[in-house]
Design a protein around this ligand. Sequence first.
Ligand SMILES: Cc1cc2nc3c(=O)[nH]c(=O)nc-3n(C[C@H](O)[C@H](O)[C@H](O)COP(=O)(O)O)c2cc1C
Length: 354
Amino acid sequence: MTIDLNGIQLRNRLLTSASMLGYGASKKKLILYGLSPIAQWVPLDGFGAVTTRTLTVEPREGHFSLRDDWSLTEFPAMLRLYAKALRRVDGGWMNAFGWCNIGIEAYFDEYYPRTSDQNRIISVGGFSAEELCTLVETVNRRAKPGDIAAVEFNVSCHNVNFPFETILEEILAQAVPLSRHPVILKLSPDEDYVEQGKLAERRGIAALTAINAVKGLRVDPENGEPFMKNRFGSISGRAIKPIGLRVVAELRDAGIRLPIIATAGIRDFDDCREFFWAGADAVSLGSAVWLTRMPLYALGPLEGLRIRRLMRRVAGYHPPVAIEAAWVEHGPVAGEEAVGPGHDRVGEPQPVLA
Ligand SMILES: Cc1cc2nc3c(=O)[nH]c(=O)nc-3n(C[C@H](O)[C@H](O)[C@H](O)COP(=O)(O)O)c2cc1C
């Protein structure tokens, strides 16, 4: 059964969040290269969709490095650099990778052909409407309609130090109409997400992702030095789950009817149910699953089993909140069969949000 979220075709309602599985396949079997080791015990083609790391027009080092040829003697230096880009903090993680990525063309050359079994969402980011147009045109050129689920605009990342809200309208006005694929807008809890959600509805965005990681700061108590290379970092994981729930609920309270994909500390089935009650249409596994500490690497297969079971439970679950989402207005074509918010839930309980 396919889930149709306003034109976005998902295999089920359980996704993976941007970057958690790198580009969908590993270059080397090391977490440092962007693919959690747990991924080898989970069938990635079983997810509703797998979202890539954010890709830019040109390759970017960001606040880490694109090198993957570190020698053993260089390893300590690499680990020091890594610790300035990703660090465990209370109840979650802080990262400051700052769009460290190989660039969109290299992704299509090196990873896209190797991930064709997955339903993919391609995350893109840029610093101008022109760059977003270039990214959309590249995806249009290299992926046929139907070959990917959607393109996700990540123009809400703190780690690149750019005032995206000042150009968001321009980006959406120019880049969304160009896309042959549905476009998702990823929202930050640190910006005016309600206004951005309303703008997204007006500008033809197909769905929203909530939330991007939350801006935060940690410093070394000895000397006041920030732990992150970019001074501030982005918090993810269990610590931000209540913030994610708040954002989803507030988007719904504001009358926004676009489908919402939730990501914020989701780990188990109850987390998923909480987000569905708050108004989400799909849920996404992020750092609370993929960056989980594995004191014993040997426990990986058990975690894999747990995630497989979660997949099955979410796939068999009918969210209780009857949201008359915008896709009722825009899609699907009359006569076509589709399952989406509000369509399989007549007579089910109403949300407890009001
Ligand atoms: C190490 C790391 C790297 C991330 N890179 C990206 C990225 O490239 N693009 C993006 O849109 N979000 C990125 N995120 C944010 C996640 O996709 C997600 O929105 C955020 O972590 C909140 O969800 P979570 O609490 O479930 O992890 C990253 C998060 C982490 C922890």
